[in-house]
Design a binder for this molecule. Structure first.
Ligand SMILES: NC(=O)c1ccc[n+]([C@@H]2O[C@H](COP(=O)([O-])OP(=O)(O)OC[C@H]3O[C@@H](n4cnc5c(N)ncnc54)[C@H](OP(=O)(O)O)[C@@H]3O)[C@@H](O)[C@H]2O)c1
Length: 394
């Protein structure tokens, strides 16, 4: 039995708190966030749905001192960062200073430069090891389950994987002309950046959306898929044997791309402060205020997501292609957790990662990415906890 502290009561935080409340491993749950009102709403849902009491707290997760005060009051066994990537380092630091295990779903992002990388988080490895605690990085779907799919392919299907394409499709329709399915600032910074993929030991940069392919996603159909840089590639190139190329593709509708281009052209995706009638504003943060809250999309979203990996390589000298994927239905996830499938596919693996750690199944000292552990128990938990997966030999 373990005590868990979840930081961040947004779209993904709602799923994490619902799934933790359904799971026996966590006997005490605390949800903390910037605004107590969001925590109170989810506390009420959990009581109504599962007849379970959870504790709530207000915290500024940008402040290491405030976090340490909270951790000393709550005394959790593990802290989950389900707030934003900007808070990864403050929460990791507070966990280090209090000797508590850490988990997140997205790698550290510099607020002032639209850039994300593992460097600063990996730099904690030796200090976490010395303190006898563990950090599990990127326990969402992508990163997260996609890393586990790669480790599973490597363990069961290949002697050597030569190429991996990660394929992420959200065919959900929320009925708004434009909205993002997770935090708009993080999402738009990610998709408007240059693309990047890894081949023969070097990173190759592309213009945003320069490379497009059409993939036929099971249960969805053919969709335009665009090459993006995505963070799991940074750790997978280190850990997957024999890899020669890895790419990441995500689907976007023409309407989404046109909206995004217009917003970019008029400066609304800017991350630098601008003066507006005597006030200082950051355009992308103002845009977040205008756009629908991703946590509110659940009740209106219909359709499915399909995220998977296509791995090619050799087994006993023979060429082989394996496709491992999950399909998730927005309406079904709303019924279960009052959330759309993008939040659900992120929140369920976060709960499973914490469960693996607290049950001692995935436990070590230091800072780790998902593919560094045995994928089998995690894959089994995905099937049990709502994210059924399929393997196809192509
Ligand atoms: N790996 C994956 O597959 C994957 C996929 C999607 C998302 N993600 C990640 O999941 C995380 C959550 O996404 P989301 O869509 O749930 O975002 P969200 O709806 O914007 O929720 C973020 C929550 O964190 C809170 N928060 C923000 N800054 C804070 C601070 N300084 N102190 C305390 N609380 C703070 C926010 O509080 P307020 O409500 O007061 O603003 C909000 O409740 C993000 O890191 C995102 O990158 C990962």
């Amino acid at each position: 039995m373990a005590e868990i502290l979840i930081i961040g009561a947004g779209g993904v935080g709602r799923v994490v708190v619902h799934k933790c409340a359904q799971e026996k491993t966590f006997d005490k749950i605390t949800l903390a966030s910037r605004r107590l009102s969001s925590c109170q709403a989810y506390q009420k849902e959990v009581k109504e749905r599962y007849n379970k009491d959870i504790n709530i707290a207000e915290v500024n997760a940008d402040s290491v001192a405030d976090l340490i005060t909270l951790f000393r009051q709550v005394k959790p066994d593990i802290v989950l960062n389900i707030a934003l990537p900007y808070q990864d380092l403050t929460i990791m630091e507070a966990c280090l200073q209090t000797g508590i295990h850490y988990l997140d779903t997205a790698n550290y992002e510099h607020p002032e430069t639209a850039k994300f990388e593992y460097k600063e988080q990996w730099a904690y490895h030796d200090r976490y090891k010395e303190a006898g605690i563990m950090a599990l990085l990127g326990s969402g779907f992508d990163p997260g389950v996609t890393n586990v799919f790669c480790a599973y392919a490597q363990k069961h299907y290949f002697d050597e994987i030569e190429t991996i394409d990660i394929l992420d499709c959200n065919a959900g329709d929320h009925g708004y002309p434009f909205a993002t399915n997770f935090n708009p600032e993080i999402n738009l910074r990610e998709v408007s950046a240059n693309g990047r993929y890894w081949e023969n030991g070097t990173w190759i940069e592309t213009d945003p959306m320069e490379i497009k392919m059409v993939w036929d996603y099971p249960q969805i159909g053919k969709k335009d898929s665009y090459l993006l840089y995505h963070e799991e590639m940074e750790s997978l190139v280190k850990h997957i044997k024999g890899l020669k190329r890895i790419r990441f593709f995500m689907t976007f509708s023409q309407s989404y791309l046109t909206h995004m281009k217009c917003l970019e052209n008029v400066g609304m995706l800017g991350i630098e402060e601008v003066e507006h009638q005597g006030c200082k504003i950051i355009p992308i943060q103002f845009l977040k205020t205008l756009l629908p809250d991703p946590a509110s999309l659940g009740s209106r979203t219909k359709g499915k997501t399909n995220i998977g990996i296509l791995a090619k390589g050799k087994k006993e000298g023979k060429e082989r292609t394996i496709y491992i994927y999950n399909v998730c239905d927005h309406e079904a996830t709303y019924k279960e957790t009052l959330s759309q499938a993008v939040s659900y596919t992120t929140g369920v693996p976060a709960m499973i990662g914490a469960k693996m750690m607290m049950q001692g199944i995935w436990m070590d000292k230091g800072v780790f990415n998902m593919e560094q552990f045995d994928p089998d128990p995690f894959m089994e938990a995905l099937n049990q906890d709502g994210l059924k997966w399929f393997v196809k030999e192509l």
